[in-house]
Design a protein. Structure first.
Length: 356
């Protein structure tokens, strides 16, 4: 991790995956696309600070969330305003949900799927094991995760509720976590059949929700994840995640892990050498690229870098875009980043740069 250098620090032209990289600084009001030399080739500007991130739809539009003042306070990942912009920044669609947080996905049917928060009824909250006793939310309650699917006109057509659809007694919160929230979902990844992979930070667990029954049809809990983020199903059937690594008994360090769901075995991982030089205690993510390389977002430090399957860094960039964090200190944090090929549907001929 580097704290004093910004921009592109490494660029191996022969082995870097060509394309453009999109990210939304977590404490800023803009989304940027950069070339491989770090040049900004396109940008969008927003009325609110970014909630978590945005990404490009196949038509090149940007789907993004912004952080409303309303909604549950003292909660990481808060959004609330979901917007779709065209390439030129025109707002084509928006939806407000004061409990929206962390993740949002546009579905093939045109509906939008997103994570939300709701109040957990007190009798349900008492049944949830684990966590630190006496640490309810400052509002005197516990919040729980929901997933909502809405139509373009804002109608909810499907909903999942963690406190009702999970057997909550089976899912204790990690022992050092506050009891203000169950269970801090931070990623959803919908599958073509409607099932949804989900990441629960405060359970050290990723799972697969059956859309029809709303029950977990597969799950993998591992305390060595250390409050993971960003579970993604790969074309080969494996799942990647960013293991933040904050509740380890040794020097903390992060990893990117690829798991075979059939065996629950780790088939690939990236960690730094020495391991403690790659560490983001929160946010962060990873994207497997068509070349087999992996784009990693080490979120706390605003560091985006690409590694080969052997773990060699072939491209590295540190965001220079600063904004005030929760206590007003300057921060260049990035929640997630995505690389798009020059000839991808998202980019097509919209960007002109010799540096892709």
């Amino acid at each position: 991790m580097r704290h004093r250098e910004f921009g592109v620090l490494v660029h191996d032209r022969e082995r870097t995956t060509p394309g453009y990289t999109l990210f939304s600084p977590l404490n800023g009001k803009a989304t940027y696309i950069i070339g491989l030399h770090g040049d900004v080739v396109h940008e969008w500007h927003h009325p609110l600070v970014t909630g978590t991130y945005g990404y490009l739809l196949e038509n090149g539009n940007l789907l993004w969330s912004g952080r409303l003042k309303e909604g549950p306070q003292h909660m990481g990942g808060r959004g609330g305003l979901i917007r779709e912009y065209d390439w030129n920044g025109k707002v084509l669609w928006e939806h407000t949900h004061v409990g929206q947080h962390h993740d949002l996905r546009r579905l093939p049917n045109g509906n939008t799927l997103f994570l939300g928060w709701e109040l957990v009824p007190p009798d349900f909250a008492k049944r949830i094991p684990g966590g630190l006793a006496g640490t309810s939310h400052p509002d005197g309650c516990m919040y729980g995760d929901t997933i909502l699917e809405i139509t373009p006109d804002g109608k909810t057509v499907w909903e999942w509720q963690a406190c009702c659809d999970m057997e909550i007694e089976k899912y204790p919160l990690v022992s050092n976590q506050l009891r203000d929230e169950f269970a801090h979902a931070n990623a959803i990844f919908p599958l073509p059949n409607g099932d949804i992979y989900i990441s629960f930070r405060r359970l050290n667990m990723i799972g697969l929700i059956d859309r029809q029954t709303k029950k977990m049809k597969w799950e993998h809990r591992d305390d060595s994840f250390g409050m993971q983020h960003d579970c993604v199903l790969l074309p080969n059937g494996n799942v990647t995640l960013f293991a933040n690594g904050i509740n380890t008994t040794t020097n903390p360090f992060s990893r990117v892990i690829e798991i075979d769901p059939a065996t629950h075995k780790t088939v690939w991982e990236y960690r730094a050498k020495p391991s403690y030089t790659f560490f983001s205690p929160h946010i962060s993510g990873a994207q497997r690229l068509p070349t087999g390389n992996t784009l990693i977002c080490e979120g706390q430090w605003g560091r985006l870098f690409e590694v080969t399957p052997e773990g060699e860094i072939v491209w590295e960039y540190v965001s220079p875009f600063m904004g005030p964090d929760r206590v007003g200190d300057p921060s260049n944090e990035v929640f997630r980043a995505y690389r798009y090929a020059v000839d991808s549907p998202q980019i097509r001929n919209r960007v002109k740069s010799v540096y892709a």
